[in-house]
Design a protein around this ligand. Structure first.
Ligand SMILES: NC(=O)c1ccc[n+]([C@@H]2O[C@H](COP(=O)([O-])OP(=O)(O)OC[C@H]3O[C@@H](n4cnc5c(N)ncnc54)[C@H](OP(=O)(O)O)[C@@H]3O)[C@@H](O)[C@H]2O)c1
Length: 318
């Protein structure tokens, strides 16, 4: 049976998602919602989507949608996710799940109350390279993780009206791209025992670069950086007791890595990354009546949101 997807938003990532959804045989984008009827009609028309709704309320009321992909700017994630779940649909919500941990908690409570599946769209965790590396780590092939160095910094034009820089649109590098190195660290090492952070707040009042040092009770450490006005390595290096893994840039969505040991270097090349790999997991979980995926659990979304709140507070207090 084909799973019927609704798309809440008509921006860049919504467009990429619909493109990648075409790779999933039992999934179809059947409806789109936008703030304007013209926006919805334009998006639907060019992508062969059957129904265009001129408001999110209309999309929520569309009874012939099984799962909604929440793809608007960060500040609308909470309201759209809550609205869709209350209307009876499961949701996949773009990262960051919400603007802060309080809003994440509200989303989780509505998922619990309605019994609807909800997952933050941390597609990195479902890309084939990341899945393979994590599987091999869990099988004990690399030994214990000793350190992680991960960067997601890129140079964007400092346009104060762009969502990256406008506080009203959820601006800031940490929420937008810092969330990837943080997810890598959480996924491979769990919650850290202690941390410190430094960073720069730009002229629009949002963080433009952040550097975080994390440490774990077993002695593991991580140095995680992100930024929106300067290019960085966008590489992830994971040192384990038995091997060093270097994920090529952009490491959150890379298909290639090197696994270096004292004796050899293995070149790993995985299938094409994309937004569709997470779709298989969402559909599997929803079909099995689960409310969350064990691969991107609610507890990680909440813990990372709390961590980002703490980092943001520490930057403002400096
Ligand atoms: N997974 C990834 O790799 C990835 C990549 C990029 C972005 N994202 C995430 O996806 C989300 C959207 O990013 P994007 O780059 O697609 O953004 P975008 O193109 O700037 O905008 C997305 C949509 O948000 C809605 N929107 C814009 N301004 C709004 C406003 N002032 N009030 C209410 N809604 C507004 C619009 O939808 P309508 O006009 O249809 O209402 C717009 O098309 C962000 O949360 C971002 O973190 C994820």
């Amino acid at each position: 049976m084909t799973v019927r997807w609704g798309i809440a938003g008509t921006g860049r990532i919504a467009s990429d998602f619909v493109r990648d959804l075409a790779d999933i045989e039992d999934a179809e984008a059947v409806a789109v919602g936008s703030r304007t009827a013209a926006g919805a009609a334009g998006f639907a028309g060019t992508r062969g989507i059957a129904r265009a709704h001129g408001s999110m309320e209309e999309l929520a009321a569309d009874a012939d949608v099984d799962i909604v992909y929440v793809a608007g700017i960060h500040p609308v994630h909470r309201d759209h996710a809550v609205m869709m779940m209350r209307a009876g649909t499961h949701v996949l919500v773009e990262k960051p799940l919400a603007m802060d941990a309080d809003d994440v908690q509200e989303i989780l409570a509505v998922s619990a109350g309605t019994g609807r599946f909800m997952m933050e769209a941390m597609w990195m965790r479902f890309n084939p390279l990341h899945t393979e590396l994590k599987h091999r780590l869990d099988a004990g092939e690399f030994g214990r993780v000793v350190s992680i160095v991960s960067d997601f910094s890129f140079e964007a034009p400092r346009d104060p009206s762009h969502r990256l820089f406008d506080p009203a649109k959820g601006g800031g590098a940490l929420l937008d791209v810092g969330i990837y190195p943080l997810n890598l660290a959480w996924w491979w090492l769990g919650a850290p025992a202690s941390w410190s952070a430094t960073g720069e707040i730009g002229p629009t009042g949002v963080d433009e670069s952040v550097a975080m040092e994390l440490s774990w009770a077993d002695g593991a450490t991580a140095v995680l950086t992100c930024g929106s006005t300067r290019n960085g390595s966008r590489t992830s290096t994971i040192v384990c007791e038995g091997a060093t893994i270097v994920i090529a840039p952009p490491s959150h969505s890379s298909p290639v890595a090197e696994i270096r040991t004292a004796a050899s270097t293995e070149h790993v090349s995985a299938a094409r990354p994309g937004l569709h790999h997470q779709v298989r997991e969402v559909q599997r979980c929803a079909a099995e009546g689960l409310r969350e995926s064990p691969r991107m659990p609610h507890s990680d979304s909440l813990a990372i949101a709390r961590f980002m709140d703490d980092v943001a507070r520490s930057l403002r207090a400096r």
